[in-house]
Every structure is written in structure tokens, then in C-alpha cells.
Design a protein around this ligand. Structure first.
Ligand code: 5GP
Length: 142
């Protein structure tokens, strides 16, 4: 498998070299909003340790990312009065992966509302900031 590239976009976000709307962080994981949300509140959860994807990630980091994804999902249910949650996780180009630092998409869903197609909608900074506030508030009250 191709080696981990420490200059991928999410590694730069982790190092603070690129901005992101961060909603949750601990010593092993970071959650931040996707800049091209497929629905309002679309969040990405990543491990802090380098991992290209599911195929090379340390199982303990993978487990922690899943735990954080569950917390984000619970917060999104409240923050967006969601009816459900979709998780997505892509591996290698053939699997639909575009950014090569492991990430889990956590997407709030509403009955009868389709996801936007991938990479079709770039949210404004105001929209992302408002969604991030809602998720952070809901996380405080889980
Ligand atoms: P995937 O690799 O799972 O196919 O998709 C990568 C995701 O990262 C996409 O949903 C895309 O919108 C998101 N993305 C790409 N570049 C950036 C960025 O610079 N910041 C943030 N927050 N998300 C990004």
C-alpha cells in the first residue's frame, strides 16, 4: 500500500496549518466540519495518529474514532433535530477515498431528504460556524 503522506490536507488541519471548524478534540481524535457538506452538520472524525485509511490504522485508534463518531452522531441528532445518521468511510481511490488520512463521515439525515451529491456544494464560513456551534452545544448536553 502507498505510504502515509504527512502533507495531506487533514494532517495540515491536525497541525493547525489549515483552518477548520473543530467541534470535538481529545488526545487521540479530532472532529471537524466537512467544507462540502452533503447535509448540514456533516462532520469528519479522524485519528490524530497518522493512518492512511482502514487498511493501516491501529485498531485502537479505529475503535476510538468509532467512539467519537458515536458521540458526534448523538449530538447531531439533537443539534439538527435529525431523524437518522449516515456514516461513510472510503478506502483508497477505488473505494472512493479522496483525502488520504483516515476519516469517518458522520452525516445528519432527515426523512425524505436525499444527500447532496459528493463535492457539489461548498458551504459558507458563516454556515459552517453556525453548524459547528450547534454541535458543540449539543455535545455539552449529551
Ligand atoms: P473522501 O476522501 O472520504 O472521499 O472525502 C474527503 C472529504 O473531505 C470530502 O467530503 C471533502 O468535502 C472534504 N474536504 C476536502 N478538503 C477539505 C478541507 O480542506 N477541509 C475540510 N474541512 N474538508 C475537506
Amino acid at each position: 500500500m502507498t505510504a502515509y503522506d504527512p502533507n495531506n490536507i487533514f494532517a495540515k488541519i491536525l497541525r493547525g496549518e489549515l483552518p477548520a471548524h473543530r467541534v470535538y478534540e481529545d488526545d487521540r481524535a479530532l472532529a471537524f466540519l466537512d467544507i462540502m457538506p452533503r447535509a448540514a452538520g456533516h462532520t469528519l472524525v479522524i485519528p490524530k495518529n497518522p493512518a492512511r485509511n482502514l487498511l493501516d490504522v491501529d485498531p485502537a485508534d479505529l475503535g476510538h474514532v468509532a467512539t467519537v463518531a458515536q458521540r458526534i452522531a448523538r449530538a447531531q441528532m439533537k443539534a439538527f433535530a435529525a431523524d437518522g445518521i449516515t456514516l461513510q468511510q472510503f478506502n483508497e481511490t477505488a473505494g472512493g477515498q479522496v483525502v488520504f488520512h483516515l476519516h469517518v463521515h458522520v452525516i445528519p439525515r432527515h426523512d425524505g431528504v436525499a444527500l447532496r451529491p459528493p463535492a457539489t456544494y461548498k458551504a459558507s464560513q458563516d454556515e459552517l460556524a453556525a453548524a459547528a456551534d450547534k454541535i458543540r452545544d449539543a455535545l455539552k448536553n449529551l
